[in-house]
Write a protein that binds this ligand. Structure first.
Ligand SMILES: Nc1ncnc2c1ncn2[C@@H]1O[C@H](COP(=O)(O)OP(=O)(O)OP(=O)(O)O)[C@@H](O)[C@H]1O
Ligand SMILES: [Mg+2]
Length: 305
């Protein structure tokens, strides 16, 4: 996104370069002000140096979101940020008369799209595009957006309670652990790297309440099942089953402890996604019954000859 913002600047002419260099230095001299630029369109001149310095300054004061016109630049904090996504913060942005005047946040973008749907403005269907390189935080951001809509587009009784989501909202959110178990893997860049793209559609009724969802996936990296780059892993589900299955399940799936397995690369690495119970629980919430689960897990450990 930052690249897109600055790609039209022409740095080729020598005298232009000199004067531009002077402007850049003049801008950067106010070092302690750089973190205050909450919209990159206010940065002048817009160059890779000035933009990145501002983002860096904001990152160092733990501010992770910055507007760039109608785009939002999100930096990955690589650590949990207390209260940044809490129910109270969601409510603050949702009930504000002018949320865009608040600090830049993914909830501003989410709320703007929601209000456009509410206002029945054309186009009534709204899309949010989350892009970035591997490890940038796309999956995290998509989860935040889904949680936001599962909360604000839930019936008011749900919104009032501390228990943010239930019923259809719970099921929408539970699609994430399942898709990630079968479609994400630990790579050199990201312990929870999505090896597929997805298009998530959240459906609202006339009262703007969440009534359904559909997810289309594409470009799943199927080759990872049989072949992984050095020090990367297979899809999470394999390790979840190996670590989380009961003795009885191991027997049923023909993966008993004493069997001699050729372990795939980096199998000893434990990541927080190795959580079999969570996957099974999500399957139950989504109505995938026990027999179907068995079929899925049996296929997941089917030996490849
Ligand atoms: N807003 C955030 N707050 C805290 N941690 C975050 C945030 N965004 C990302 N992370 C951390 O960074 C990790 C990588 O993020 P994520 O999996 O969303 O990347 P991605 O863009 O989906 O990458 P890939 O293209 O490989 O799937 C997350 O597992 C999480 O630990
Ligand atoms: Mg991802």
């Amino acid at each position: 996104q930052v690249e897109g913002l600055i790609q039209n600047v022409d740095f080729s002419h020598p005298s232009l370069n000199d004067s531009l260099e002077g402007e850049i230095q003049a801008f950067l001299i106010n070092e302690d002000q750089l973190h205050t630029y909450d919209d990159l369109t206010k940065v002048n001149p817009v160059t890779p140096t000035t933009v990145l310095k501002c983002l860096q300054a904001r990152y160092s004061v733990k501010v992770f979101y910055t507007h760039a016109g109608c785009t939002l630049v999100a930096l990955n904090p690589f650590q949990p940020v207390p209260d940044l996504y809490s129910l109270d913060v969601m409510k603050e942005y949702h009930y504000a008369s002018q949320p865009q005047e608040f600090k830049p946040h993914i909830f501003i973008v989410a709320e703007e799209a929601y209000r456009n749907v509410q206002g029945q403005l054309e186009p009534v269907n709204q899309s949010l595009v989350v892009s970035g390189e591997s490890g940038a935080g796309k999956t995290w951001t998509s989860r935040c957006l889904m949680k936001y809509y599962a909360t604000v587009a839930a019936s008011s009784s749900v919104m009032k309670s501390q228990d943010t989501v239930e019923r259809i909202e719970r099921r929408v959110l539970d699609s994430n652990p399942i898709m990630e178990a079968f479609g994400n893997a630990c790579t050199l860049r990201n312990n929870n790297s999505s090896r597929f793209g997805k298009y998530i559609q959240l459906q609202l009724d006339r009262c703007q309440l969440l009534v359904g969802a559909s997810v289309q996936t594409y470009l799943l990296e199927k080759t990872r099942v049989t072949c992984q780059p050095a020090n990367e892993r297979n899809f999470h589900i394999f390790y979840q089953m190996m670590k989380g299955a009961t003795d009885q399940q191991r027997k049923e799936w023909m993966m008993s402890q004493d069997q001699c397995f050729a372990w795939l690369p980096n199998s000893e690495k434990t990541v927080e996604e190795d959580c079999f119970d969570e996957t099974v629980e999500a399957m139950v919430h989504l109505g995938i019954h026990a027999e179907r689960q068995q079929q899925i897990f049996r296929v997941s450990v089917m030996p490849v000859f």
